[in-house]
Design a protein around this ligand. Structure first.
Ligand code: SF4
Ligand code: SF4
Length: 288
């Protein structure tokens, strides 16, 4: 039996909100018993896009993380719901039964991801169904995944070693949004926003961009190197928070520089101006 999941690559998402809108288009005003009743137009985010601004001027980035129900293998909502009001199907999809869950507002607190929403008009807790009504009709992917223009969302069978989702998980690049919850989430992420250290190298003698300068990062058992690009820019991404690193910048013929950096925030080192090493003239070398 398939075990369905979604991989969300944060580095590919440009924040177009197509996934959010497709979910609204599919579920607002449409009842799909026994999977779900219609989603209200406002107040529900079955596919929530979280915007996170990172860094400081002039190095500012935005990361968009799409967060639907994680269809957890160890779902706390299933454990806490009485009488099968929330249940997990054989294919791993977690469904809130729109009849059995009627009036049970307390179920909102059963999910640490806070992705269950209360439908006041229908007296019902609701959330993402992974578009099970479509999958059961033979669709290959849910609406939100189908409309993603950048390929940031990938859907498939995590138990099929030939599926793209299984290959991405096997690559070791994916992780849970909140591994500390221990829920064995079937929505997994690539490139979740962490910390970065960046800067711009300038050659002081010519005021030119320091293209090709070598930048090394060391600390916390990590060692990485980068080359400044044609604008002199460099960046180390995906660093852990609250760690201490030493950043060294060097280029042939220039005096190197070192910085001690702590990643309690994203760090932009600004312009790093490398001064030319002065070479002595002939008369100085010979002492005449
Ligand atoms: S994310 Fe929350 S609602 Fe979804 S399966 Fe996990 S515990 Fe249940
Ligand atoms: S899988 Fe379906 S229900 Fe879930 S967020 Fe995507 S469109 Fe909405």
């Amino acid at each position: 039996m398939a075990k369905y999941g979604i991989i969300m690559d944060v580095t590919k998402c440009n924040g177009c909100y197509n996934c959010f809108l497709a979910c609204k288009d599919e579920h607002c005003g449409n009842d799909f018993p026994p999977y779900a009743l219609s989603q209200p137009m406002t107040g529900h985010y079955w596919m929530k896009v979280i915007e996170k601004e990172r860094g400081q001027y002039p190095k500012v980035k935005v990361a968009y993380t799409a967060v639907p129900c994680q269809h957890c293998e160890n779902a706390t909502c299933v454990k806490l719901a009485q009488d099968g009001a929330i249940y997990k199907r054989e294919d791993g999809i977690v469904i809130i039964d729109p009849v059995k869950a009627q009036g049970k507002k307390e179920l909102l607190a059963s999910c640490p991801y806070r992705v269950i929403y209360w439908n006041e008009a229908r007296g019902l807790p609701q959330k993402c169904t992974l578009c099970a009504h479509l999958l059961d009709r033979g669709w290959k992917e849910p609406r939100c995944v189908e409309v993603c223009p950048t390929g940031a969302l990938v859907f498939g069978d995590l138990d099929d070693p030939n599926s793209e989702v299984a290959r991405l998980v096997a690559s070791g690049k994916t992780e849970a949004l909140h591994p500390e919850y221990g829920l064995k989430e079937k929505v997994r992420y690539i490139g979740l926003p962490k910390r970065f250290i960046a800067g711009a190298v300038v050659f002081g003698d010519s005021d030119q961009c320091g293209e090709g300068a070598k930048v090394s990062l060391e600390g916390e058992g990590e060692k990485k190197t980068a080359m400044a690009d044609n604008y002199g820019d460099f960046e180390f991404e995906g660093l852990d928070s609250d760690k201490a690193y030493k950043v060294s910048v060097e280029a042939a013929g220039y005096k190197g520089q070192q910085f001690n950096v702590k990643t309690n925030i994203d760090v932009y080192l600004g312009d790093i101006i490398l001064e030319k090493i002065k070479t002595r003239g002939k008369s100085q070398r010979t002492g005449r």
